[in-house]
Ligand binder design. Structure first.
Ligand code: FAD
Length: 637
């Protein structure tokens, strides 16, 4: 009866629906194919799959599963079913609905749909909900740090850094009507692209516009992987992903088990993001005396190239920043700008900012991170290792099957004793169809990372193999104090630069030779790294226990991925910037620094994120926390 059916109404999630490769809808991520409906029908015990209305089903997740434990590789789906939309079926067929029974991980019931929109929608809805409580520009009083803002004035907040954390903090604040100024030391994507071109082709490093600094932050010329360890299905991650879609990311990132953008898609997305911020009135620091609103065609030299060199602190409270023209072209050397609060979203390569914070007695704490080497294989080898015969069907991302990747981890007992947790060695920032790039911001230091374009069509696959290190490791090497981890990073970056012989040439070793501790001679395979490689014994880079952890783990990875150790695999030195070596303690509710009022440290540089999505989520939460202190946001969650 209808009453019986009502108990089952709402939404049901069906998990682990496997569709064979040849029957899959291919690139149409959101399509409910006939083959998928057949799998759905099996789970529902519904006799005629073709009678199920496709519109009752929404694809939530799609991944490719080629694990060796599978009989045959397949696409695996999670699908949401709306019971209301099934009620158009013949009532005689309804009894399958009353047989539905939740089973964790297979079929789950959510009586009410939780719709999560993009951030802009969320904020607009919240504003509507709280219209009566939110005061307008006039008559607004702020509770920000018990700091009374003039009642006729909007709060004026600087966001320093336009990486994912800064952009999302700025977006939330600007959507709430705050007077936001975004200050970025690097260049906008158009100009930054040319600077990066000059680096990878002519070895000209712009110290303020490179792989780490500039619009979009460190993640712009990256692999653009949007995988995150902070809970793929959480509301915060979903709203960040939906916001990215709003600014131009393909909808497939909402569904793909391993969402990926690639540099070519990130660039237009960032332009749209910038335009939206400007439409909201987000101010662009232009020169000493003029603050202008610029449109996208004339923005290039105005929003960017302004470096925050110092904080202006009065009575223990940040009241502004000292900005200098980092491009040398804006026609001023230094300018003081007043703000009610400063969101610090500078990433973890801005080592000068850490020094500056220390000069204000801001609390900084060294934290664990990981260092290691980047391994590169021919992509074809990884396809064969992962897919065996199916490897032939992988055609540079054009076919149904994605280029293969891998994720490996090995735990290594620490050499000292059991007091400290064991180390782990893991693959990090794996870039299938990508290339190795130089992420140094100083020519005397050498560090690398990986990037790719959306098609992941290069013939190489690279990944960092990183070993966890802790403050004890920094101390053992003679580095102490809050920035001991930074000194530790720098030590290996300088050693790598010397081993490469300068000019950003990267020291490399064939993985077999690394295992045998011997210098590679003629057996150096080709590398995607464009500025040249030089044979070196990478055992001379790290303390012996890190090298041994790497050797031990590579051996284990070869067991898991037979062929991982091969003559075609090349280790590149050095990977040091896996995450921040420092944390800036902050209040978990307000996001304000514990030691400096009015400072809001966010993102990776503050030690609260690692990766594009988690940095964006952190910036977003900081924006909401600030909006809450300004009485602009009322919700508790
Ligand atoms: P950042 O992105 O580092 O942004 C900080 C910004 O602040 C920069 O634009 C910088 O120029 C600016 N800034 C610094 N100091 C100042 C100052 N004094 N004044 C004004 N502005 C300043 N993560 C992933 O999740 N997926 C990937 O595929 C991926 N690939 C990567 C590839 C590469 C080559 C690199 C370098 C990183 C990659 N990452 C990836 C990591 C990811 O980019 C970072 O985790 C993320 O960008 C951190 O965001 P953030 O906003 O905290 O800081």
């Amino acid at each position: 009866t209808q009453t019986d059916i009502d108990k089952f109404k709402g939404f049901w999630r069906l998990f682990k629906l496997g569709v064979p490769i040849d029957r899959d809808a291919g690139k149409d991520f959101l399509d409910v194919s006939d083959a998928l409906l057949e799998e759905v029908a099996k789970v529902l015990e519904f006799p005629v799959a073709s009678m199920l209305p496709p519109e009752a089903f929404t694809v939530l997740r799609k991944s490719f599963d080629a694990r060796k434990s599978q009989k045959e590789p397949k696409f695996v789906y999670t699908v949401e079913m709306d019971v209301d939309k099934l009620l158009n079926l013949e009532p005689r067929t309804w009894d399958f609905i009353s047989r539905l029974e939740p089973k964790i991980g297979v079929i789950e019931h959510t009586p009410h749909e939780k719709v999560i929109g993009d951030l802009i929608n969320i904020i607009h809805n919240n504003k509507k909900l709280n219209q009566d409580k939110v005061k307008g520009e006039n008559g607004h009083t702020s509770s920000l740090n018990s700091y009374k803002l003039p009642s006729t004035k909007k709060a004026k907040i600087a966001v320093v850094g336009s990486g994912p954390s800064g952009l999302f903090a700025a977006l939330v604040l600007a959507e709430f009507g705050v007077d936001v100024t975004l200050i970025e030391r690097g260049q906008p994507v158009e100009k930054r692209g040319r600077d990066i071109g000059a680096l990878v082709v002519r070895r000209i490093l712009q110290t303020e516009s490179n792989f780490c600094f500039g619009e979009g932050g460190a993640g712009t010329w990256s692999d653009g992987k949007l995988v995150t360890r902070i809970g793929r299905n959480s509301g915060s991650v979903l709203s960040v992903m939906k916001t990215l879609v709003r600014f131009g990311a393909p909808e497939s990132i909402l569904v793909d088990g391993k969402p990926h953008l690639g540099t070519d898609r990130l660039i237009p997305l960032l332009r749209n993001f910038r335009q939206h911020l400007q439409d909201l009135g987000c101010q662009c620091h232009f020169s000493v005396t003029v603050t202008v609103y610029v449109n996208v065609t004339t923005v290039s030299d105005s929003l960017f190239g302004s470096r925050v060199d110092d904080l202006i602190v009065e009575n223990g409270h940040v009241v502004g920043v000292n900005v200098s023209d980092s491009s040398g072209r804006l026609g001023f050397s230094s300018e003081k700008l007043g703000f009610d609060a400063v969101v610090l979203a500078v990433g973890h390569s801005a080592r000068d900012v850490y020094q500056m914070l220390l000069s204000h007695n801001t609390e900084l704490v060294p934290k664990d991170f990981a260092v290691g080497l980047r391994i590169e294989h021919p992509q074809e080898s990884i396809n064969i290792i992962q897919y065996s015969k199916l490897a032939n069907e992988v055609r540079s991302g054009r076919g149904k099957i994605p280029v293969a990747d891998y994720k490996v981890v090995e735990y290594v007992k620490r050499e000292d004793n059991n007091d400290t947790p064991q180390r782990s060695c893991y693959s990090f920032c794996m870039c299938p169809g990508g290339q190795v790039v130089v992420t140094s911001i100083d020519a005397s230091e050498l560090c690398i990372n990986g990037m790719s374009f959306s098609r992941r069509a290069s013939k190489w696959a690279n990944a960092a193999l990183a070993v966890t290190v802790s403050p004890k490791d920094f101390n053992d090497l003679g580095f102490h104090g809050p920035l001991a981890g930074v000194d530790f990073q720098r030590e290996f970056e300088q050693r790598a630069a010397i081993m490469g012989g300068g000019n950003f040439v990267v020291p490399v070793q064939n993985v077999k030779d690394f295992m045998d501790n011997k210098l590679s001679a003629s057996n150096i395979p080709s590398s995607s790294y464009r500025l040249g490689v030089k044979a070196a014994n990478l055992h001379e880079l790290f303390p012996v226990h890190i090298t041994e952890a790497l050797q031990h783990s590579i051996m284990a990875f070869d067991q898991e991925l037979p062929g991982f150790i091969s003559n075609d695999a090349l280790l590149h030195g050095v990977e040091t910037r896996t995450s921040s070596p420092v944390q800036i303690p902050r209040n978990p509710d307000t996001f304000e620094s514990m030691s400096l009022r009015g400072l809001y440290p966010v993102g990776e540089g503050a030690g609260y994120a690692g990766g594009i999505v988690s940095a964006a989520v952190d910036g977003m939460y900081a924006g909401f926390a600030l909006a809450k202190s300004l009485d602009l946001y009322k919700a508790d969650d």
